[in-house]
Ligand binder design. Structure first.
Ligand SMILES: [Mg+2]
Length: 317
């Protein structure tokens, strides 16, 4: 049974922005520093006038491309995403990643506009995994989902492991939309990246295996540490999946978000990925009053409301 379209789009888009914004103040802090500043539980709430970062801004760029072109061919959609990334450069959000900027600059200045050659070959940063939620929201056709997610990565991140992470993250959002039993997600997502070139497939699957293995560990700090810090794609998706599986209930969405950002690594990106997945899984309505209040705290909430409306309208057509 699938969620209804408006509900899963609102849940996912607000969820990813909330994870991103919750992680923003602590992106470059170690857990020990986070606790010193925010107390033993770490950061636990969204401030007034909250802002999201480059993660949500790039997600908007992908969403805009899909609003316009999701019914067209994979090629045309991919070109549209690359073009939207050029527009993104004008308003990149807080702390945009170097690989994203370098790849987009390369594409922008390429007279032949070959987006498939613009990506940085040796970057396996999480920048291409953090922005793919709309791809999972739009495509029930899994072949199309795979190819669009793949291409969306190589525009900036051409390392096979970054590609695997982007493909895997988009697919996890789809599994969430489809209300697939969470226990099945690890096996399914590993199978889904089967055709991604090595070392992408193996490195991604290793991170997923670790995430599953450490679920039993009562010490969540230790568990997340053993997956990694999330700066690279496979670790970011591994940490996000771990948090989803640790707190799969809608009543625990806030706990899930808090866990997904309070660690040594790339807090806003792991929060963004986890929030986008679980927001799609529960749907907006089930997230509850407190989370709904949090969404009112964004400085730019009107932009998000407009984006969500356009996404819903384009998908219902
Ligand atoms: Mg960021």
């Amino acid at each position: 049974m699938m969620n209804n379209i408006s509900d899963f789009i609102r849940g996912s888009m607000w969820g990813l922005a909330l994870g991103d914004a919750l992680g923003k103040p602590i992106e470059f802090k170690q857990l020990i520093q986070i606790r010193e500043f925010y107390g033993p539980k770490g950061i636990t709430k969204i401030p007034r006038n909250a802002i999201w970062t480059d993660d949500t801004e790039m997600t908007f760029a992908v969403a805009r491309a899909l609003i316009k072109n999701h019914h067209l061919s994979v090629e045309e959609i991919s070109t549209q995403i690359a073009d939207e990334f050029i527009n993104w450069l004008d308003n990149p959000g807080y702390a945009p990643g170097n690989t994203c900027r370098m790849g987009v600059f390369k594409y922008k200045n390429d007279p032949n506009k070959k987006w498939w050659e613009s990506g940085i070959k040796n970057s396996k940063g999480c920048g291409s995994a953090m922005r793919v939620a709309p791809i999972g929201l739009y495509f029930s056709d899994l072949d199309k989902l795979y190819k669009v997610a793949y291409n969306s990565s190589i525009i900036t991140h051409a390392h096979p492991t970054a590609i695997a992470a982007a493909v895997g993250a988009a697919y996890l959002v789809r599994l969430a939309v489809n209300k697939t039993d969470i226990k099945l997600w690890p096996e399914k997502v590993k199978n889904f990246v089967d055709n991604v070139p090595e070392p992408g497939r193996t490195e991604f699957c290793n991170a997923i295996n670790t995430a599953v293995k450490v679920l039993k560990n009562q010490n969540t700090e230790e568990a997340i540490k053993s997956i990694g810090r999330g700066w690279v794609g496979e670790e970011a998706v591994g940490i996000a999946l771990y948090c989803c599986m640790k707190f799969p209930k809608s009543a625990d969405f806030k706990k899930m978000l808090i866990l997904s950002v309070n660690h040594d690594g790339d807090s806003d990106s792991t929060g963004c990925i986890a929030g986008g997945i679980m927001g799609a899984f529960h749907g907006y309505d089930a997230l509850g009053d407190e989370i709904h209040e949090w969404t009112n705290k964004f400085m730019e909430k009107e932009r998000m409301i407009k984006m969500i409306k356009e996404m819903i309208r384009s998908l219902k057509k």
